[in-house]
Design a protein around this ligand. Sequence first.
Ligand SMILES: *Cc1c(COP(=O)(O)O)cnc(C)c1O
Ligand code: SF4
Length: 395
Amino acid sequence: MPDADIHADWFEGQGLWQEVPAADWQDWGWQLKHRLTTTEQLERYMELTEDEKAGCAHANQKLALAITPYFFNLIDRRDPACPIRRQVIPRAAELVISEGEMADSLNEDGHSPVPGLVHRYPDRVLFLVTDRCAAYCRYCTRSRLVSNAQDYNFHPEHEQALRYIEAHPEVRDVLLSGGDPLLLSDRKLEHLLSRLRAIKHVEFIRIGSRIPVFLPQRITPALCEIFKKYGPVWMSIHVNHPRECTSELRAACERLSFAGVPLGNQSVLLRGINDEPEVMKALVHRLLQMRVRPYYLYQMDLITGGAHFKADVRKGLEIIRALRGHTTGYAVPQYVIDAPGGGGKVPVNPDYVEAITDEAVIFRNYEGHRFTYPLQTRPLPAGAAVPVTANLKAE
Ligand SMILES: *Cc1c(COP(=O)(O)O)cnc(C)c1O
Ligand code: SF4
């Protein structure tokens, strides 16, 4: 990956849509209405590879094709391997189902007491409020239901889900997701947030959304007022590559932050897109500049037709090693695998600890040097000199 690619300036402007009045460009309704959703529309702006044409031809049975004009501008149209392009333009490999892949690999449906509500952990629920997104990620973990291309016919039952939460005092944390909750109207969102806020035992409300990345125009002052009114509302955005960090995204994050919304980021480790330490480092640095704290780095779920995106777990560990200690601690996300079958998110960490005995812990630091931390607590003989510090022995 050329260095200029990951350290490029913060993209701004209307790119291919120069002739569109700025007021339209900034209108999220305009962006949604002008999404690129067919092969023909894409081909008006770019040359597709044969592989992509085959993928596009079948998108309607797999996961819908849709890209906002704003996000399309970030694609390098001359480069078939462009990391932005590969996230949103279908390829033929999506139709290949590999061993180990599943329709619902996390068994979300098996943990749903009400359609669209996943209650896997004792104290928190995942509330799927819609199956629609501003644009569609080809590796989407919920592609079984998102966009309804697979005729899953997902019908979120908001009222039933709210009643379930009201009736379950152990639920102290509600995560709104989907699909993308910010695709709902202000009115619907306000209704959901006000109902949740009125439940005494719900202490923590958060939203998972890729809208700031696909459609930053949606983060309007009116929406921010709703977050202020029912806050604190936390938000996890979803950025995978430093080139998605544009001036528009930065401004949207600023509006959210100033409305009191703490921001985190979730990235999916994607082969050939962000599975290199240099790319991930550039990404997390940009996130901090946008007031966004990297939260999770996900190993890809075992969705059908996702094998071409699956990165090596050793690569993920190499990335975490390259970050921890080498950069700001706030910049280091937790790398997790969501356990197939529905075991929840499990941290995968590089091994720093070499041994633990009753006497000591022996571990290595970020540079690979070995250190000892004693566990025994024997008093120092009276009169013995107090050491100033430990001997730092590089091994
Ligand atoms: C990810 C997830 C959550 C939230 O997990 P945190 O680790 O608290 O962010 C809750 N429920 C389900 C089903 C999830 O997949
Ligand atoms: S925005 Fe989220 S839910 Fe929507 S397609 Fe992308 S990963 Fe799936």
